[in-house]
Design a protein around this ligand. Sequence first.
Ligand SMILES: O=P(O)(O)OC[C@H]1O[C@H](OP(=O)(O)OP(=O)(O)O)[C@H](O)[C@@H]1O
Ligand SMILES: O=c1cc[nH]c(=O)[nH]1
Ligand SMILES: [Mg+2]
Length: 211
Amino acid sequence: MRLHVADHPLITHKLTVLRDRATPSPVFRSLVEELVTLLSYEATREVRTERVDIETPVSPTTGLRIGDPKPLVVPIIRAGLGMLDGFVKLVPSVEVGFVGIRRDESTLQPETYAKRLPEDLSNRQCFVLDPMLATGGSLAATVQFLFDAGAQDVTAICLVAAPEGVHHMEEQFEGRDVKVVLGALDSGLNEHGYIVPGLGDAGDRLYGVAE
Ligand SMILES: O=P(O)(O)OC[C@H]1O[C@H](OP(=O)(O)OP(=O)(O)O)[C@H](O)[C@@H]1O
Ligand SMILES: O=c1cc[nH]c(=O)[nH]1
Ligand SMILES: [Mg+2]
């Protein structure tokens, strides 16, 4: 597994505003969209391309375009959905799949309550969207679904992660073509499995659930 932690003042600035408990949901939502666009630039660095002949107004030429089969992007519902628009704006030709996972608040185990993915993902590059990588249970379950369906490689885009979640991904996907792109790597988890300092419950903050 390869890890890329962003190191750009724009990303740090936007994350700082995102984390602030005083930031209301409408601003939180637009910052998530801006951050995923910035992170997707890094995350799509190895997206497959193919040659294509075109004519410019000046002359014929050969260029490159995103290759077929098109990549699949999978937001992990609820909070991952807040990242979908930002990604699709950047890569409009992607196919979208969906996975719904909720962490059991007492065991912290992921429970899958929705799954709409293509049956066969062989030769497909996949991108998974989830703002938070805490214990890693939700992301690892989703990435496993994709490899079980034959995915060629998987890149996860997360805004904030804890070392525990990164280690979980490293262990479960040792030797697999998995890349995790992070906005920030925080210091750890509290007793409730929340990332410290983190930003709180991403789904609640995106969708207006009061603290
Ligand atoms: O790494 P983990 O320990 O699995 O925690 C991370 C998950 O927790 C939150 O989801 P939650 O279960 O709160 O559901 P939600 O996205 O609907 O808010 C968050 O959106 C991540 O999906
Ligand atoms: O800090 C955290 C951890 C898990 N899920 C969240 O939404 N936030
Ligand atoms: Mg979630």
